[in-house]
Ligand binder design. Structure first.
Ligand SMILES: Cc1cc2nc3c(=O)[nH]c(=O)nc-3n(C[C@H](O)[C@H](O)[C@H](O)COP(=O)(O)OP(=O)(O)OC[C@H]3O[C@@H](n4cnc5c(N)ncnc54)[C@H](O)[C@@H]3O)c2cc1C
Length: 410
């Protein structure tokens, strides 16, 4: 075992820290309060090449893997940006650039990857539906073939960044659940160019992360050409896992980075605040919860990078000529279990302890922790989302209980 961080990751991490220092917590407080997209930040991370970390060099990216992307996210989040350091990159890179890189046809790669790499295109992914919730197999958005097009109808909920995205990965049923030989069959991923009159979006007022909109979506008579299917028709579940697992890793590292930022901020304050003749940081009542959470976050970090390492090295994408071949995709499915197990365990520990860390960081600040100007309440609101999304803690625990421990299902 070798825990040395490779030089290219050191370098990209350092660059991320430099950029983060130009977008301090005050910048994000303003963006959050004004409900404004962080244009300057998006430009800076695009120019630094962060929007193309996982995109091959021939399409304008740097051809690195998920480990490199997480390194960027961790450093941006931990050095001033909070969850924003992870959020925007997840919407474009994890949701769209990564699956197009792995499963896209040559035409799809040429059309989308250079624009995603340069930051000209932002992305989104529409999976969740009001009636299906956590049960992806119950989605009822349907895509029906008419000639060489698909006509799509349905509704989606909580779709982040769709109001700005130029391309979205849309998950629909091409075979109804009651006609599918097994529940994983019948899902298909489509690349949809936006904006489109057939896709109506309405932002949802929300608790945090207001530098990005999350929307309710109605899709009525959307026509998508057949060539915009991503991966094999009806076998989209396996392509989708290649989005959902890195999404768990991204938000684990985002939670860890944000929590480390909150802990560092609270520790600094705790050295200067004196109410009974000693700095409050000397009280074990404040030290122990922060030390416990910090330790667990370091363990979660190892798990998160292990998941990314497995994904980059053990879970290779199909050869270009076989990206639409169901048999190839199915054969490789053994690797999803390995990646999924570690990614879910990482997410469980990272999020639980990021919430604990930000909660105790607020406690260190006393009443000032409730004031917006000290930032910790914002970071607490940010990591609080991650109990619910991208997967709820309960569903991630179910995965570990069923697939890792082999416990019976209901
Ligand atoms: C701000 C925000 C941004 C989001 N962005 C996106 C996005 O960009 N794209 C997208 O597709 N989705 C997005 N989502 C959706 C998110 O992934 C879902 O909200 C999440 O998967 C949970 O689904 P649900 O809200 O329908 O909860 P439900 O599935 O209704 O769950 C409700 C509660 O029941 C529990 N529960 C349900 N089933 C079980 C079970 N079997 N065992 C134990 N407990 C169970 C859950 O853990 C949860 O506590 C976003 C959500 C939010 C809030």
């Amino acid at each position: 075992m070798d825990f040395t961080v490779p030089e290219d990751l050191e370098l990209i991490g350092r660059l991320a820290r430099e950029i983060a220092s130009k977008f301090p917590p005050e910048y994000w407080r303003e963006k959050e309060e004004k409900h404004e997209f962080a244009e300057e930040f998006w430009r800076a991370i695009s120019e630094a090449g962060f929007t193309g970390v996982v995109i091959p060099e021939e399409y304008g990216g740097s051809g690195m893997g998920v480990q490199a992307l997480l390194t960027v996210m961790e450093n941006l989040s931990a050095h001033g940006c909070g969850l924003a350091g992870t959020w925007y990159l997840t919407l474009s890179e994890v949701f769209v650039a990564l699956p197009v890189t792995r499963y896209g046809t040559l035409e799809q790669k040429e059309k989308y990857l250079p624009k995603l790499a340069s930051g000209e295109y932002e992305g989104a992914m529409a999976l969740t539906e009001p009636a299906a919730g956590s049960n992806t197999f119950r989605i009822s958005t349907t895509a029906v073939k008419e000639g060489d097009e698909y006509v799509i109808n349905g509704s989606k909920i909580f779709i982040s960044g769709i109001d700005r995205a130029k391309v979205m990965v849309l998950i629909a049923r091409t075979t109804p659940l009651d006609k599918a030989p097994k529940k994983t069959y019948g899902l298909t991923l489509f690349l949809v160019d936006l904006p489109n009159k057939a896709v109506k979006v309405e932002p949802i007022a929300k608790h945090g992360i207001n530098y990005s909109n999350t929307c309710e979506v109605r899709i009525e008579g959307l026509r998508v050409p057949e060539e915009n299917i991503l991966g094999p028709e009806n076998y989209g579940w396996y392509v989708l896992l290649d989005i959902l697992n890195p999404e768990r890793m991204a938000f684990s590292i985002g939670a860890i980075g944000t929590a480390e930022l909150a802990i560092r901020t609270a520790v600094e304050y705790s050295k200067t605040r004196d109410v009974f003749g000693v700095p409050i940081g000397a009280y074990q009542a404040l030290q122990h919860p922060l030390a416990e959470a910090y330790s667990a976050l370091q363990a979660a970090k190892l798990l998160t990078y292990k998941a990314a390492w497995l994904y980059d090295t053990h879970h290779k994408p199909p050869e270009q000529e076989r990206v639409r071949d169901p048999k190839t995709i199915m054969e490789r499915s053994y690797a999803y279990r390995e990646v999924g197990s570690v990614a879910n365990m990482a997410k469980i520990v990272a999020v639980e302890n990021a919430i604990k860390a930000t909660y105790w960081a607020m406690q260190v600040f006393g009443g000032y922790g409730y004031a917006r100007e000290t930032h910790v309440e914002r970071w607490w609101r940010e990591v609080n989302l991650l109990r619910l999304a991208p997967v709820t803690q309960q569903l991630a625990l179910n995965y570990v209980a069923h697939h890792v421990l082999g416990m019976p299902r209901l």
